[in-house]
Each structure stands twice: as structure tokens, then as C-alpha cells.
Design a protein around this ligand. Structure first.
Ligand SMILES: *Cc1c(COP(=O)(O)O)cnc(C)c1O
Length: 460
């Protein structure tokens, strides 16, 4: 039996994939990826695919990056794991030492966990307990945005705003306040046709009104506001102006509400700055980071808080202010070592700054997509670009409701040597920092061919 048959047989019989209706694979097989190198993934037949989504937004410096691989191998022969409650180790210390200078100055206390969802859980519990420990016991609730995505565990789902993923679980969630997210693509005050132009027009951030009134009305009960700064990822790759964050920071400070930035997707250069909040020049009270932190090699997440928040937990043991939270793999040395190496490479190669030319080139290519009548909106920041697909922009005709472009395009893209994973009718590229102009040419050519094919398929 070949390896291929074995993998498929076992997969079909036993494996349950994430975010997947398994029946979709009753008659087609998932692609069997056996190897990665740079921006490419390779299947068992040796076919190469441009990984334009950086393997679920995690890969930063290319697949099977030799420097990261060496760091990981070295660490595996030194110390793979040790309980982080009662022990410390140089691998965590080294990572923290490299990370702190990259973060906004006020963020100095690092709590380790494993993935995007857990860093959000930690942030929520931390914010909640901060007020409990400080005697403001009524401040127990959270505000988030429509279309927010913060992970799939129940706390993270409670602050989620994407109804397809979240609605069903409502009976399990805690109650929150939801403010309307900025939506430049459908801005009622819109002075430009495309989101990428929104900042060049006189945007007054009228969209902040909903958040502002929520905070003003409920600040007595509010522990924190949580947002994905600049880029709302899984909710539709919505990109919004920095001014929104500046106003949010100001309003939270004025009303004694903590501000949490979820930079799980945006961290480590993906939006063209080390962290997306730098676009606005504002700092949160708590930041959540994960995904790219290890370059896409190991699960690791950090929740970083201010000294002020930390002090509210620091007391005699009997005061019962301890933060009772932790995971088996907290500060796993393998993840720490490979993450340290990743940060070292970013510094040595002056990333993301040294990639600005490539980024601008990417943006030019994206803007040129406005010539197609199937492109309704174009938006981008750094290495992230997105377009909304319609049947015909000129006649304002959306795709038929049952079209399911995302599935058709995902499958069609493989035949063009490319990984695309649209969210609904939105196609995006979430590129690694090592992408070249030549890659971008090829990615755009393959993407256009795949989209054209998929559209003729769904429109019949
Ligand atoms: C992916 C993501 C998460 C969840 O991360 P997981 O590692 O999938 O649990 C949280 N927040 C944002 C903004 C994300 O994009």
C-alpha cells in the first residue's frame, strides 16, 4: 500500500478536520501535503502550491526554515519541557528579553499560553480579575465589535461577532455589549469607491459613535473592550483607519475601561509594522499575541499586560489575588527557543521594514484588480490583501446566494498551483514576510486564473 493510500484511508476512517463539513470530502480528497519549503507546500506527487495564506496565518519566514529548524532541534536535545509553575528557564527569559523592546513601552508583564484562543481567555480573565482585585467588583463585562473573531474556546466565542461561527453557542456564552465595527467597504459616509482609498478622503470616523456610546453608557460595568486592531481577520479581512483606535484608546482611558488588543493575526510584521497598533501610535493595556510568534512552527501565545495590572495581583498569598490560570505546556522551551530565533531573524533582516518595496508592489497589483467587474472592494495593509467578489460590480449584482464560491475556488486554486482559502465571497492573501516580487507576480496570475475559472463554474 502506498503512503498516499494509507494517509487517505486513515484520514477517511478516523480524522475529524477543523472548520470542515466532513461530508464535503465524501467524493473528493483533501490535498496530502508532505513537505514545505519557503513559500511552497508540496503534495505527495511533488506538485507545488503557493501558500498564500501562510498556513492559517502562522507562517512568517517560509516553511521548513532551516534556521528555525536548527534552533528547534538543538532545544529538543537540551530541554523539551518543564513545569513553569515553580520553575523558570533561560529559554523563556531569552524570548521575553527579545520581545519586550518590540512591544509598546507600557507592556512589560508576560503570561505564557499556547494559542490564539488561550491568550484571549487569559486576557479576559486577567481584565476581569484586575477589577475584582482592585475592589471595583461591578466591572465584569466586555465590549467587542460586530465581525470580531478572537478564537473558538467559549470565552473567546463570547466576545466573537461572526454569526456563522458563534450564534449556535449563544446559550453557553457570557453576555457582552456589541458595538458596530467600522466597515470602510460599505461606509455610509463613503467618499471613495475602495477601502484602500478611504484614508485619503476626509474620513471623520463617524463609525466610532456606536463604540463611544456603548462605553459611555456602560463603563461602570465594563471590565474591558477587546478589538483586533486595524484588521478584523476571520470576520472578513476588514481594514479600518488608525483614527478609530486613537479614539478608542482615548475613550477607554477617560472612562476607566481596560483596552485589549488581539494581535494574534496581525503581530510580527504582517500588517507592515511589527504590531498593527503602531499604525495608530497607541498602546493597549493588554496585548494578545500568537500565530506568527514562532514563525509558524510551534504553538505558543503570550498575553502581555501593564505593570499596573500586574500589581493588582501582587500581594500576600492569603489576600487571594493570585491569578489561577495555567496550561500544561505553559512556556514550553521548544516553542520559546524557536520563537527567540524567529525574533532574532526579524531583527537581523530588519523585517518588516526591509520588505516595504515588495509590500508596495503587492499593493499596486491589488489596486490593478479594480479593472475586473467581479471585484467589488479592494483593501490591504502590509502583507495582507483582500477583495470582495461579486457577479458584476457595474450592475451591483452579488453572487447567487447558494453559489459557495469559497469551496469552488479553494478546490480550483489547487489546479493552478496555489492555496486560496476564501471566507465566503471574500478572497484574501496573507503572505509571509519572505515573499518576493516574482512570487507576487505568479500568485496574482494564478489567483486571477483560479477566480475566473471558479466564477464561470458558480455562475454557470
Ligand atoms: C486565529 C485568531 C485567534 C485564535 O487563535 P487560535 O490559535 O486559532 O486559537 C484569535 N484572535 C485572532 C485575531 C485570530 O486571528
Amino acid at each position: 500500500m502506498s503512503t498516499q493510500q494509507t494517509t487517505y484511508d486513515i484520514d477517511t476512517q478516523h480524522i475529524w478536520h477543523p472548520f470542515t463539513q466532513m461530508k464535503d470530502y465524501a467524493n473528493v480528497l483533501p490535498i496530502n501535503i508532505v513537505r514545505g519549503e519557503g513559500i511552497f507546500l508540496y503534495d505527495e506527487k511533488g506538485n507545488a502550491y503557493y501558500d498564500t495564506i501562510s498556513s492559517w496565518w502562522t507562517n512568517l519566514l517560509g516553511h521548513a526554515n532551516p534556521e528555525l529548524a536548527d534552533a528547534l532541534a538543538r532545544q529538543a536535545k537540551t530541554l523539551a519541557h518543564v513545569n513553569f509553575s515553580g520553575f523558570t528557564h533561560p529559554f523563556a527569559a531569552d524570548l521575553v528579553k527579545k520581545l519586550i523592546p518590540l512591544l509598546p513601552k507600557n507592556l512589560t508583564r508576560v503570561f505564557f499560553s499556547d494559542d490564539g484562543s488561550t491568550t484571549v481567555e487569559v486576557a479576559l480573565k486577567m481584565a476581569f480579575q484586575y477589577w475584582q482585585n482592585s475592589g471595583k467588583t461591578k466591572k465584569t463585562r466586555f465590549t467587542m465589535l460586530t465581525d470580531a473573531y478572537h478564537g473558538d474556546t467559549i470565552g473567546a466565542v463570547s466576545v466573537g461577532g461572526v454569526s456563522v461561527y458563534h450564534k449556535l453557542y449563544k446559550p453557553l456564552m457570557f453576555e457582552t455589549f456589541m458595538a458596530d465595527a467600522p466597515h470602510c467597504a460599505n461606509c455610509p459616509h463613503k467618499k471613495s469607491d475602495y477601502t484602500f482609498d478611504a484614508e485619503n478622503t476626509q474620513c471623520n470616523c463617524e463609525c466610532f459613535d456606536s463604540m463611544e456610546s456603548t462605553i459611555k453608557e456602560h463603563h461602570d460595568e465594563l471590565a474591558a473592550v477587546i478589538v483586533e486592531p486595524i484588521l478584523q481577520g476571520a470576520g472578513g479581512m476588514h481594514i479600518y483607519p488608525p483614527e478609530y483606535l486613537r479614539r478608542l484608546r482615548k475613550t477607554c482611558s477617560e472612562h476607566n475601561v481596560l483596552l485589549i488588543f488581539d494581535e494574534v493575526a496581525t503581530g510580527f510584521g504582517r500588517t507592515g509594522k511589527m504590531f498593527a497598533c503602531e499604525h495608530a501610535g497607541v498602546a493597549p493595556d493588554i496585548i494578545c499575541i500568537s500565530k506568527s510568534i514562532t514563525g509558524g512552527t510551534m504553538p505558543l501565545a503570550l498575553t502581555v499586560a501593564t505593570e499596573e495590572i500586574y500589581s493588582a495581583f501582587y500581594d500576600d498569598w492569603h489576600s487571594q489575588k493570585t491569578f489561577f490560570h495555567g496550561h500544561s505546556y505553559t512556556a514550553n522551551p521548544l516553542a520559546c527557543a524557536v520563537s527567540s530565533k524567529c525574533l532574532e531573524i526579524l531583527e537581523r533582516d530588519n523585517l518588516p521594514d526591509s520588505a516595504h518595496d515588495v509590500m508596495n508592489y503587492f499593493h499596486e497589483q491589488l489596486r490593478s484588480l479594480t479593472q475586473y467587474n467581479w471585484v467589488a472592494d479592494v483593501r490591504y495593509r502590509g502583507f495582507v490583501g483582500a477583495i470582495d467578489i461579486v457577479a458584476d460590480k457595474n450592475t451591483n449584482t452579488p453572487l447567487p446566494e447558494n453559489a459557495r464560491l469559497s469551496w469552488t475556488l479553494h478546490r480550483t486554486a489547487f489546479t493552478h498551483g496555489i492555496v486560496l482559502r476564501p471566507l465566503g465571497n471574500m478572497v484574501y492573501w496573507f503572505l509571509p514576510l519572505i515573499v518576493t516580487k516574482n512570487d507576487i507576480d505568479n500568485i496574482m496570475r494564478c489567483s486571477k486564473a483560479a477566480i475566473t475559472d471558479a466564477l464561470s463554474d458558480v455562475l454557470g
